[in-house]
Design a binder for this molecule. Structure first.
Ligand SMILES: *Cc1c(COP(=O)(O)O)cnc(C)c1O
Length: 419
């Protein structure tokens, strides 16, 4: 595996360099990608426009749980492309009902409302929770409140960033949507104290991904379930990144024997092919919506539904959930053996590795410095919150791929610490 060096990255007229210049010429500035230009992928590996190969240890933030171009998924997608792709919801299509059944059966839910992106699913859950609060719980008009957690990440729309506490997600984007109360993640006392008669829902990630793979204290999710049930409040569990295999289970919340009232799913639900998200949960809760009150032109389109059904089919065997547990144990052992890491948090095949903040120096944060260097050596990962390197390889990765990941990370940490 030969990776691009920083020298030729900045000077040579490589195909990567040309693409990066083109991106800078016409692309908006809302991302700062690593200087890698990917052109093809298969399984856990991708290749850039100059022919360098990389292990994909990010997997599209879990959107690529089944790897790049999983043959079962691409076959279904090709077939559907040649049949019917879009109808809008003005009509039924012959793929959506089966997708709704498949996701409901897979996740142990009753009713499925399809959308496209994760943020849309979260917005949908917020709207449904509020409507349920007014129409069923009897909250006075305009007073519904939703309890959320510090450090949350639920997407990028204006309402969703309204309840973020991440300055880079919020600054410059107000005024914000009211009606949210934020409490520290993992603190059941604070959560219970924040619930009032106007509270309609508690919205939580079962593991906080963007925050750095933060796993709540043992028993927390169960306690949230008990408190919300006893206080007449919905528990909305955002499984968009944690669910569908990543944590070693279909629903991450199922690892704690927790059944929420509503779940949001996304990312892996589209098989790395097309955006597919959904709110799934209780029929009596999702049933508060009346025709015309909520929807999406693309949500539930036959192409997305066919791919979504195929994803449910892959997960129905439990094979990928088991792979996440086994491969995760292997990767975790390797990561914990590395010198130069200050913490390793993990669940399933999902890890947050905190590196020494001194790495990187004044102008680049440690996590970023490590990810830049990993990419130069053929491993793609993404930092979060300064010092955390987030690892979520596709669930089709092999043990020897993971050994490459651990060895490369070890070399990078050794070289950057020495440098
Ligand atoms: C990624 C993510 C979202 C938002 O999904 P998009 O498809 O990017 O809108 C919401 N919640 C969680 C937990 C996520 O990880």
């Amino acid at each position: 595996m030969t990776a691009v060096t920083s020298g030729n990255m900045s000077t040579a007229r490589t195909a990567s360099r040309e693409q990066i210049l083109l991106a800078e010429a016409h692309g908006a500035t809302n991302y700062a990608p690593l200087p890698v230009v990917l052109a093809s992928g298969e399984g856990a590996w991708v290749t850039d426009v100059d022919g360098n190969r990389y292990l994909d240890a990010l997997a599209g933030y879990s959107a690529l749980n089944f790897g790049h171009r999983h043959p079962v998924l691409t076959e279904v997608a090709h077939r559907q492309l040649d049949t019917l792709t879009l109808t809008a919801r003005a009509f039924h299509n012959d793929r959506l009902p089966a997708f709704q059944r498949d996701l409901a059966e897979l996740t142990g839910t009753e009713t499925v409302l399809p959308m496209n992106t994760g943020a849309e699913a979260v917005e949908t859950a917020v709207k449904v929770s509020r409507a349920w609060g007014y129409r069923v719980k009897g909250v006075a008009p305009g007073r519904a409140r939703i309890v959320v957690a510090g450090g949350n990440f639920h997407g990028r729309t204006t309402t969703v960033v309204s309840f973020s506490d991440d300055d880079s997600a919020r600054d410059g984007f107000g005024p914000f949507t009211p009606g949210f109360d934020r409490v520290p993640y993992g603190d059941i006392g604070a959560l219970a104290a924040a619930i009032t008669d106007d509270t309609v829902a508690v919205l939580l990630e079962p593991v906080q991904g963007e925050a750095g793979v933060i796993i709540p204290p043992e028993g927390y999710l169960r306690a949230v379930r008990e408190v919300t049930a006893s206080r007449g409040v919905l528990f909305v569990c955002d499984e968009i990144q944690a669910g569908l295999g990543r944590c070693g289970a279909t629903r991450c919340s199922e690892l704690d024997d927790v059944t929420a009232d509503l779940y949001t799913f996304g990312k892996a639900l589209g098989g790395g092919i097309v955006p597919v998200s959904a709110v799934a949960g209780r029929r009596d809760v999702l049933g508060v919506l009346r025709p015309g009150e909520h929807g999406s032109t693309f949500g539930g389109n036959p192409f997305a539904a066919a791919v979504g059904s195929a994803v449910c089919g892959l997960l129905a065997t439990g094979e990928y959930q088991g792979a996440a547990r086994e491969l995760g144990a292997h990767l975790g052992a390797g990561l914990r053996s590395l010198p130069g890491v200050t913490a390793v948090r993990g669940i399933g095949l999902w890890f947050g590795v905190d590196v020494d903040p001194a790495i990187g120096g004044d102008d680049v944060e440690a996590g970023r410095a490590v990810c830049v260097e990993l990419a130069r050596r053929g491993v793609l990962a993404k930092e979060t919150h300064g010092v955390t390197v987030r690892l979520s390889p596709p669930l089709v990765v092999t043990r020897s791929d993971l050994d490459v990941l651990v060895d490369t990370l070890g070399e990078v940490l050794r070289d950057l610490t020495r440098g």
